[in-house]
Design a protein around this ligand. Sequence first.
Ligand SMILES: [Zn+2]
Length: 254
Amino acid sequence: MEHIKVRGIVLREVDYREADRILEILTAEQGLLSASARGARRQKSPLLPTTQFLSFCDYELFRNARTGQFTVDAAERVADFRLLRESVERLVCAAHMAELMGDAARDDHIDTPDLYRLMAVSLATLNRVDRDPMLVVRAFEFRLMCLIGFTPVLDNCAVCGIPLEAESAGVRFGLAICGAVCPRPSCAARSGERLPLEAGTLACMRYLRDTELERLYSFQLERKEFESLSDICERFVENQMEKRYSKLDLLATL
Ligand SMILES: [Zn+2]
């Protein structure tokens, strides 16, 4: 038996057997860990509140030397994202972010401390009543794509390479080519499907790519610019991850 301590966020909990849970915990040093929590669904279990979706805790884990499997021994809460549990809209956004992060973190080649920090900062921001949850979702998606190697071309036309000023008119976002495309007909013809890209949105994307993580959510957008960011991020993520993410569809039914 090996005993380890990790700080992590529960991205997924699945009921198992009569009263157990299987968890997926995102950690800085160990990436995405799978661990079982025995008896965690019993009303009197101390693990009941610390092994649920979005729990952010210091976990003491045992690793079975023979099977390599982790078991949660104890947990101490680091932060409680209470607003996320009280607001259905924010909870849906968090569920979408957790699904996307889980898919990204399963890739062994990814630098997991950065993913963990992005998740922690993003959930803390989503937990703030003064923040628009969908703005948090889109900024999170964009930064995550950059972290896992899908940074779009934003400073030059992705086809011809001419520099793009922030105020360039007619610039669009090429989905397949993964970058901004200038309005020249020859570039338009060679870039496949292109989405409208407001000048303010292009500037925002550069900010989301470059800024320190702590300042990631310190930006504002006009309505039209946000809609452009939103449309691009939704399609861009599905294109790069080759998966349709459907949890946000629930927001339309609220
Ligand atoms: Zn061009």
